[in-house]
Ligand binder design. Structure first.
Ligand code: PLP
Length: 458
């Protein structure tokens, strides 16, 4: 026990110990993620085609399945230094509360104004857009975390930022909207009447409150039609997982300082970027046969892409203008019930994680909303941090694993990603406290209906 306490509550890295390169897990994958396909021809997207939508250097990163390490430009490292390294915290208080022999660590990404890990990729994407001499970027945001992160990154590099925000969030989350405007972004509720796809969706579904898939279509349309603009996306894509590898690299460096080997690594999964980033260096060791870890993705029972989806090519957006991606998906027009983890409501999953999951290299579990909030509150009361509902999915799974250790007496080491804070989610907490939260789980029939509409690709 005395030796045990040598591990501090927070393991920090010195500035000079921070990663200077991102790690690209695709380089070590035997089965590479399937390529993005042109939605018209069903042929793999070329760099040239992708370049019409995305920034040049990001296209290179998207298509790079071979280089294991990619330098983090100095400008990005300088920005990272403002809020990184993020702490790796030993959850001594939670362990005590649970009376578990398990050792629990969490990597906390909520220590920046955007309140989540999304800033790690936003700053990289804004940097490459600036370097290319672009005027600005367009994007969509659902709950608002990505739009907030991107608006911060764009203001830092003096780029214009146009955000299409799902209408229901635009109306229900005015504070997120205002944070984006503090950083100079223009925020438009989607579907809008500014784009062809927006007009079409408004005509077909009068009064619609929008969806992420629809906002993506609008943002892509605006990027393609306006010279000097490109589209950027905050999750799912290979390049985003690459940028988020900074989370895993820091975690590994911190654990290595104390010779700690995790047994289980857990993260919530919406589009897969934080989990992909957290596990990358560990998965690399696993792929190279150097170590073994249990890796668990946690998703909402209301939007169970991994646990109940199909591994197939699908559209990334409702308007079907984006490339097709092979991923675990519920179908591009699956509309998840209104759960309170907006960042986990996407129908698909990162192609990298989808391939790793299909190869049996990681596991997935789904959890119901009220159990997630129960864990969130338990955590907040002992560890002090008010967690985001998305992050709390990982907390739930970590607590469940720690409780299993309590039964078996095993002293497993559990590491989980705590992706952000929940200050903008108090309506959700209110519903939980008032007993008004429901645990909607889609039926097999419902899921089959959407799966039947997946595009047929041979
Ligand atoms: C967006 C978001 C997520 C989910 O996105 P991933 O790409 O799956 O990481 C999780 N937590 C928070 C706080 C988020 O903002």
């Amino acid at each position: 026990m005395a030796e045990e306490k040598k591990i501090p509550y927070k393991i920090y890295l010195e500035e000079n110990e921070m990663p200077k390169q991102w790690y690209n897990v695709r380089a070590d994958m035997k089965n590479k993620p399937a390529p993005l396909l042109n939605p018209g021809t069903h042929q793999p997207m070329t760099a040239e085609e992708l370049g019409g939508v995305f920034c040049e250097e990001l296209v290179q990163q998207e298509l790079d399945n071979d280089n294991a390490y990619i330098d983090i430009p100095e400008e990005i490292r300088d920005f990272y230094k403002m809020y990184r390294p993020s702490p790796l915290v030993r959850a001594y208080c939670l362990e005590e509360k649970l009376q578990t022999p398990a050792k629990i660590y969490y990597k906390f990404e909520g220590n920046n104004t955007s309140g989540s890990h999304k800033l790690n990729s936003a700053i990289a994407q804004a940097y490459y857009a600036k370097k290319q001499g672009l005027k600005g970027v367009t994007t969509e945001t659902g709950a608002g975390q990505w739009g907030t992160a991107l608006s911060m990154a764009c203001s830092y590099f003096d780029l214009d930022c146009k955000v299409y925000m799902v209408k229901v969030s635009y109306e229900q989350k005015p504070f997120r909207r205002e944070v984006m405007r503090v950083y100079g972004a223009s925020v438009t509720p989607s579907p809008s009447m500014e784009t062809e796809i927006g007009k079409k969706i408004n005509a077909e579904h009068p009064g619609t409150t929008g969806s992420l898939g629809c906002a993506i279509s609008e943002a892509v349309e605006v990027a393609v039609k306006n010279p000097g603009y490109r589209y950027v996306l905050g999750s799912v894509l290979n390049q985003v997982l690459l940028h988020q590898s900074v989370i895993g690299l820091e975690t590994k460096a911190a654990l290595d300082k104390y010779n700690i080997k995790p047994d289980i690594i857990i993260g919530c999964a919406g589009g897969g970027s934080n989990l992909g980033g957290l596990i990358s260096p560990f998965m690399g060791e696993k792929l190279r046969g150097e170590a073994d870890y249990r890796i668990i993705a946690v998703e909402p029972a209301s939007c169970p892409s991994f646990t109940r989806g199909r591994y197939a090519y699908d559209f990334a957006d409702t308007g079907m203008v984006c490339p097709l991606a092979k991923m675990y998906t519920l179908g591009s027009d699956f509309i998840p019930s209104a759960n309170h983890a907006g960042g986990l409501r996407y129908h698909g999953m990162s192609p990298v994680l989808s391939q790793l999951y299909d190869d049996g290299l990681m596991e997935a579990v789904s959890v119901e909303q009220t159990r997630v909030f129960e864990a969130a509150e338990q955590f907040a009361r002992v560890e002090g941090i008010l967690p985001a509902p998305e992050s709390s999915h990982a907390i739930r799974a970590a607590i469940d694993e720690a409780l299993k250790c309590k039964e078996t007496g095993e002293e497993k080491t559990i590491v989980f990603g705590l992706t952000g804070t929940g200050y903008f989610d108090m309506v959700a907490y209110e519903k939980y406290h008032d007993g008004k939260m429901d645990d909607y789980i889609p039926s097999d029939e419902e899921l089959a209906k959407y799966a039947a509409k997946l595009p047929k690709i041979d």
